[in-house]
Design a protein around this ligand. Structure first.
Ligand code: SF4
Ligand code: SF4
Length: 411
């Protein structure tokens, strides 16, 4: 089921081709003002308007066939969707970018680093070129083995995602979530080696055909467990499952047609908290903690899940949320999108630096997000910029609150 929150513009709803979409561009330049990549470089070739114009120029025969330089302009983009969101003419700019990436990949113009990423995923079933059976290494240093380990049938499946499975800096996200599940008695299963990369990195490289094997495999693995609900802590896995899996499988809706409800962890946690399923302390017993929240592009603007993380924060004793200047639908990308880490890391790092400075300007000492890639990218930026802001996932903050409640009980 798609999120039923107030919907943001759904860029994937368009049925127009890239050429048709470009015809509505009036060159107003509004998209430049929000494009995080352009803001860092102030280089028109790195702007959404220029990318739209390039597609038009090729279509109209003003430019010859695309070349590597042309291709680079389309892959040096975070696919954050900010341009589409502000466009007054309704041009689905990031859909144009996705479709054009597909055309370029077909013409053999996928940059080498990205072709290598796709080859790694095809061979290893994950982005890290590690044995896929090692996906659950993060359970090793938990206080107790999670109850979802080795379970063959369950109500809920937790899809961990490649980043949290293989990047030690991100282990703390699934570690927090399974501890919350266990303390609440959630009947869940971990997929382990049966979980394959969701396919999103291949899709945004323009290679949807290659992603289809992964999609089919993942859905079959979940169905074999009798799962009714699948929960994600990665915003991109969540976005891809909810927006592109149905089309790839030829169904309208995963819940209606296959009986699998798709939920982001923040939605699941918000429901648990509001149902009183988690034992927390009273507000009067805890010290105030000021936090700010970063909306991941794939979860907020592109996924429509904006209120759920804020509902979670509102339930946590002592937590006071201060918003950054750019928030919700207008959130600024963390710099971790679009596979730029593999292709043009300097662009992502500059964007991440700008976002962590926005977080510091709020005066909050903790930046919360709801995506392991955002958390990783922003924590690296805080270190690089020497900014004293801690970066945590929503699930980690919930676990902190549970630990505090437990320790005060023992006092
Ligand atoms: S905001 Fe829309 S109409 Fe204006 S330049 Fe960008 S794509 Fe074109
Ligand atoms: S998707 Fe984001 S990074 Fe890419 S052109 Fe649009 S605003 Fe810029």
């Amino acid at each position: 089921m798609m999120s039923n929150e107030t919907s943001v513009k759904d860029v994937n709803e368009t049925t127009m081709s890239a050429d048709e979409e470009t015809r509505h561009c009036v060159r107003c330049g509004l998209c430049l003002s929000v494009c995080p990549g352009y803001r860092e470089s102030l280089n028109e070739t790195d702007s959404p308007r220029a990318r739209v114009a390039l597609v038009q120029a090729i279509t109209e025969g003003v430019l010859d066939a695309p070349n590597e330089r042309y291709a680079g302009a389309f892959f040096r983009c975070l696919l954050c969707g900010a341009c589409t969101f502000v466009c007054p003419s309704g041009v689905a700019v990031d859909r144009i970018l996705e479709l054009t990436r597909g055309d370029l990949a077909e013409q053999g113009l996928l940059p080498e680093a990205l072709a290598e990423l796709d080859a790694r995923i095809a061979q290893y079933r994950n982005i890290s070129a590690e044995e896929n059976e090692g996906r659950l290494i993060w359970v090793d240093n938990l206080p107790a083995p999670p109850t979802g380990l080795g379970k063959e049938q369950a109500e809920v499946a937790y899809f961990v995602g490649c980043v949290s499975s293989f990047f030690p800096r991100s282990y703390q996200v699934p570690q927090a979530l399974v501890q919350i599940f266990d303390r609440t008695g959630v009947d869940y299963a971990l997929l382990g080696g049966s979980e394959w990369c969701c396919g999103y990195p291949m899709f945004i490289n323009g290679e949807m055909d290659k992603a289809r094997d992964l999609i089919r495999h993942n859905v079959e693995a979940v169905q074999a467990m009798g799962v009714k609900k699948i929960v994600f802590s990665c915003a991109s896995c969540y976005h891809f499952w909810s927006h592109s899996y149905p089309t790839a499988l030829g169904v309208n809706d995963l819940e209606d047609d296959l009986g699998i409800e798709v939920m982001h962890a923040t939605e699941f946690l918000a429901d648990l908290l509001e149902a009183g399923a988690l034992p927390l302390q009273g507000d009067e017993d805890v010290r105030e903690q000021v936090v700010t929240y970063h909306d991941p592009c794939d979860l907020g603007r592109k996924g429509g899940v904006i209120e759920a993380p804020r509902r979670v924060l509102a339930q946590l004793p002592g937590v006071r949320l201060v918003e950054m200047a750019e928030n919700r639908d207008s959130s600024h990308c963390c710099g971790g999108g679009g596979n730029l880490e593999s292709f043009a890391p300097e662009v992502g790092q500059a964007v991440a630096g700008s976002r962590i400075r926005q977080a510091a300007e709020t005066g909050a000492k903790t930046l919360i997000s709801a995506c392991q890639q955002c958390e990783r990218t922003l924590a690296n930026a805080a270190r690089a910029e020497r900014i004293r802001v801690r970066v945590k996932d929503v699930a980690e903050l919930v676990l902190d609150a549970l630990d505090e409640a437990q320790s005060s009980e023992g006092d």
